[in-house]
Design a protein around this ligand. Sequence first.
Ligand code: SF4
Ligand code: SF4
Length: 288
Amino acid sequence: MEIAVISGKGGTGKSSISAAFATLQKEVVLADCDVDAANLYLLFNPVCEEEQIVISGQKAVINQDKCIACGECIDYCRFDAIIKKDDKVSIVETFCDGCLLCSRICPQDAIDIIDEDKSRIYAGSFKNGKMVYGRLAPGEENTGKIVSKVREKAKQIAKEFGIKTIIIDGPPGIGCSAISAIIGVDSVVVVTEPTLSGLHDLKRTLEITTSSNLQTSVIINKCDINPEMSSKIEAYCNQKHIEVIGKLPFEPLVVEAMVKCQSITDFAPDAEISKLIGNIYSKIRATT
Ligand code: SF4
Ligand code: SF4
């Protein structure tokens, strides 16, 4: 069973809730698909057992021994990635989209296409099972591809070790990486907060999950900081027939737990907030 925790925007407390779920679930594969800001490994300190290179895309590189600085490629690059300075033509790596066009038109065959191979996937063990997380190298793109690879690896490990539950901490937003994190899962939990932007992003997120026919529920985090907006969110979810599976109050202990590199349910198992998260997780399990 795959349970994905996502949010339409960053800063909603999504990762804290994913971490708490992973602590509550004995025998789990935790897939940290928030690859732009993977941080759950800091909390759970897994013993790394495997490192995989991910080819996240391709980039063009000019072979200066062959280049005659004619500048033809500059006109063709619609990403403005090729520049000429002091009679030397070069490519700004971070702007290059890897479209290959320059390498095709260069009359000197002076442009090589190389793999972007600095991104990585790691797999290892932590106290509740196994953990897989990705790291997107600076300047490399295709987050969606790395997310898919993390999920693929998590599934492979779950099968190999007979682990029945995979918890996915998805990336924030509604881009292709978020979609890669939820396609085909058994349950999507959308974490939102009671702000206007929270509601706006929630609506966009729910459009995707419902149009993909995914079983979806919503957690309103820090619900007490704006009760009026919390009610609006709840009313919107009711209207869309989407269950608000739990409402969590703002709790400074959650921040304290993060600072101490622990999930809230590990840090303060008897605190009210941990019990509320425990109830939410039990409901998700019961309905999935
Ligand atoms: S088209 Fe080829 S030879 Fe001309 S500047 Fe570009 S890389 Fe150099
Ligand atoms: S591969 Fe495409 S984006 Fe990159 S430098 Fe060449 S033309 Fe520009």
